[in-house]
Design a protein around this ligand. Structure first.
Ligand SMILES: Cc1cc2nc3c(=O)[nH]c(=O)nc-3n(C[C@H](O)[C@H](O)[C@H](O)COP(=O)(O)OP(=O)(O)OC[C@H]3O[C@@H](n4cnc5c(N)ncnc54)[C@H](O)[C@@H]3O)c2cc1C
Length: 495
């Protein structure tokens, strides 16, 4: 008889763990609390429009270890169409002026030097750091399975990246910008408004454009929902089972060995191995009653800042609105939407470049802004309804600033709040990408195994500050590598 792996959560980490478990000959069952898989990587349909919640960029669309995972899990196959945008984003600065971030670093460097010739040296230094960062190559093997040779092998290629990490690994964006000492008021104010006003890691900023520059962080046509569905298809084809609409309440541990899970309806499911790809806090502190905690875990959950949740206002517009820029970020100060004062402005994503997002002749547009969890956590139903109405009105006015007169053509408005995310995915405090990557945690990760608990593994975005689809899928794969090792099986990644 095959051994059984039970996986909590059918997000990208859970689906990845499911696919690799099934590939490696385990009986596999994913328990998902929602009626659809994908977790944060999702979208919803309203009157013919599709409103996407997640996908803008997927690291690994063209090469490397992440690319291998996307191919192995059917995220990328011969039919997927990848779109590499020339422009990363258009910023409207505090004075209402335009500022462009190009995906190609050479082009961006030229643009920045045109804006501020006197900053040439600083601009070139920053762009060089970004180019070097692109040489980073993710590991295929779980940390526990790597030998010193695995590290030595990557050394020559990674040396320039190590230098960037050594120099800036413990700096915030603000500190990094200070070292660059830009003279241009415009460059300074845009950079500081976007990344400088919080404890955001300099490396996260540097690495982001490095991936784009290599055309290895594209958008996949169709977006988040079909991406997750392709993984579901692969998983089911390999013989995996997916139980929807069921929530795990407890992880069963007997004599410190994970033995299965108990659902909120009282049902128990026995297993030889348990992987939790659900929210990290609920797994450790609720499903396992905080019985298996290391100093590092305790510290991280007490001290590491979480992503500020977002409000997403989606618009169905009965007209083609051409999209020159995949994202427009308006960083104007003194703006509010509903009860939220916008410290980081708002962003607008016009999906005209993806014909699957709206009926012919129409356009799906999404507006997003950060909104602190404390505003939402105790909101009663009456206030919530009123807040959503206010958001619709204010967000429409914001959209008008970018597309004057658009109101006449809006036929659908949909508001998703941090409470929506928590309701459907159980994510802690609406922190949709887990821990914020800061100067203190950017170079850290949490272990996949908990101290004292055997046959149990964590996977997903809560292991790596910054989260994202690649580490989620990668840790799903790693969890199965560790299970295979324990079960004396040769791990395979292709079937
Ligand atoms: C607005 C937005 C934009 C983003 N943009 C990008 C991007 O462009 N590129 C990128 O790489 N990443 C992006 N991300 C991040 C990415 O979506 C996440 O990091 C990733 O999807 C997390 O996957 P996960 O499987 O670790 O966790 P989740 O997606 O949170 O999955 C956890 C799953 O577990 C289920 N679950 C929870 N508790 C239980 C329980 N008790 N019982 C059963 N099931 C349970 C949930 O329903 C969910 O399906 C974005 C996210 C958001 C929200």
């Amino acid at each position: 008889m095959n051994k059984k792996v039970v996986i909590i959560g059918g997000g990208i980490a859970g689906l990845s763990a499911g696919i690799y478990s099934a590939m490696n000959g385990f009986d596999t069952e994913i328990i998902e609390m929602h009626n659809v898989a994908g977790g944060q990587c999702t979208a919803w349909d309203r009157k013919g429009y599709r409103f996407d919640y997640c996908l803008h960029w997927l690291v690994g669309t063209s090469k490397g270890a992440f690319n291998a995972i996307w191919k192995e899990t059917n995220v990328i196959n011969s039919e997927t169409e990848i779109i590499d945008h020339d422009i990363h984003s258009r910023i409207i600065d505090a004075d209402g002026d335009e500022f462009i971030i190009y995906s190609n670093i050479d082009r961006w460097e030229k643009y920045l030097i045109e804006i501020s010739p006197e900053d040439k040296t600083s601009i070139q230094r920053m762009c060089n750091d970004m180019k070097k960062s692109a040489l980073i190559e993710p590991f295929t093997l779980a940390p526990e399975l790597r030998s010193p040779i695995d590290y030595i092998r990557i050394l020559p290629q990674m040396l320039p990246v190590f230098n960037v990490i050594r120099k800036f690994g413990r700096l915030t964006c603000k500190e990094y910008f200070d070292t660059l000492n830009f003279k241009s008021k415009k460059i300074k104010s845009v950079f500081f408004s976007l990344y400088g006003n919080r404890d955001f890691s300099a490396l996260a900023f540097i690495f982001m454009l490095g991936w784009f520059n290599q055309k290895n962080a594209g958008y996949i046509k169709g977006g988040s929902y079909p991406l997750a569905q392709r993984m579901v298809e692969k998983y089911i084809k390999l013989g995996g089972k997916l139980l929807y609409n069921n929530r795990v309440e407890k992880i069963i541990a007997e004599k410190n060995v994970a033995k299965g899970v108990k659902l909120t309806n009282g049902t128990t499911i026995q297993a030889d191995f348990v992987i939790s790809a659900a929210d990290g806090y609920s797994t450790i502190f609720n499903m396992l009653d905080a019985n298996y905690i290391s100093k590092e875990i305790d510290f991280a959950y007490k001290n590491w800042e979480l992503f500020t949740p977002i409000v997403q206002v989606s618009f169905g517009v009965k007209k083609i609105i051409p999209s020159e820029f995949p994202i427009i970020i308006n960083i104007a100060k003194e703006l509010s939407i509903g009860s939220t004062k916008l410290d980081n402005g708002y962003s607008v994503m016009n999906y005209a470049y993806d014909s699957t997002m709206a009926p012919e002749g129409k356009t799906a547009i999404v507006l997003r802004y950060d909104s602190p969890w404390k505003l939402w956590e105790n909101m009663d139903e009456k206030k919530y309804k009123a807040e959503k109405l206010l958001i619709q009105k204010d967000a429409t006015a914001c959209l008008e600033k970018i597309y004057p007169d658009i109101s006449k053509f809006i036929e659908v408005i949909d508001v998703a709040t941090p409470l929506t995310d928590v309701k459907f995915t159980g994510v802690k405090d609406g922190a949709y990408e887990g821990f914020m990557p800061s100067k203190d945690n950017m170079m850290k990760s949490l272990k996949m195994q908990l101290p004292g608990l055997k046959n149990f593994f964590m996977a997903g975005q809560w292991l790596f500050p910054g989260g994202g689809l690649p580490p989620s899928a990668q840790t799903g794969k790693w969890a199965v590598q560790l299970i295979c090792k324990k079960d004396n099986k040769q791990f395979i990644s292709n079937k």
